[in-house]
Ligand binder design. Structure first.
Ligand code: CA
Length: 228
């Protein structure tokens, strides 16, 4: 069966362009032009991935993203008109998996689509063990090993590391991390994310002289292996 991509975009020219390019790549494409119908389609339909414009009539892209995330973890790539960090952070906070500015090259978008789809597939296949180089994380046993040596982590550190590893190669905003690890009703200091990232770096990156946790300036953090 073909992979189905829902494009929610009100600019007809861009929507048409995306439809043609994605069809050409072998994807099945459905286009809707406003946020409300986009949201309905996303929630009701069997869609494998959503390309979502930020500025939309009826419902904004951010609102669509929030509503879809309440019921589904379908991958969402958000399109923003301007290269504005606050837009990106807002998009990621609302649950988008990735973002692109509208000046994107189509090859880049296609590559991002493949990454996001592959990640989803991997998550489905192997949700109990996460691996990165010599680092192994066993979800069921709550254990982390580096080069077969036990790494002792607190509950929150463990949850944070699993979240980072599950989303490797993808930038996670502080807000998104906070929501996932500490929950939506957390009212403490948002710097708690930075503090726990530091703990993890001390226990893994620094201790074993590797670099898994990368800071993305102004946005958040990303887990990846050095050579990735
Ligand atoms: Ca728009």
């Amino acid at each position: 069966m073909k992979t189905k991509i829902l494009v929610i975009e009100d600019e007809v020219k861009i929507a048409r362009f995306l439809e043609l390019e994605l069809n050409h790549e072998g994807y099945e494409v459905e286009v809707v032009n406003d946020g409300r119908s986009g949201c309905e389609k996303a929630i009701s339909g069997n869609v494998d991935l959503i390309i979502l414009d930020l500025m939309l009539p009826e419902l904004s892209g951010i609102e669509v993203c929030r509503r879809v995330r309440r019921v589904s973890d379908v991958p969402i790539i958000m399109l923003t008109a301007k290269d504005d960090v606050s837009d990106k952070v807002m998009g990621l906070d609302s649950g988008a998996d990735d973002y692109m500015t509208k000046s994107f090259a189509i090859e880049e978008l296609l590559a991002r689509i493949r990454v996001v789809l592959k990640r989803k597939e991997k998550k489905k296949q192997n949700s109990h063990t996460l691996e990165a180089g010599k680092l192994m994380l066993y979800k069921d046993e709550h254990r982390v090993l580096f080069n077969e040596k036990e790494v002792s982590l607190s509950k929150k550190e463990f949850k944070l590391l699993s979240y980072l590893m599950e989303n490797r190669g993808i930038v996670l905003s502080r807000g998104k991390i906070l929501n996932y690890v500490w929950g939506y009703d957390f009212y403490g200091d948002t710097n708690v994310t930075d503090v726990y990232i530091r703990y993890l770096r001390n226990k893994i990156d620094q201790k074993f002289e590797v670099q898994f946790i990368h800071t993305i300036r102004g946005v958040g953090y990303m887990f990846k292996e050095n050579e990735e």
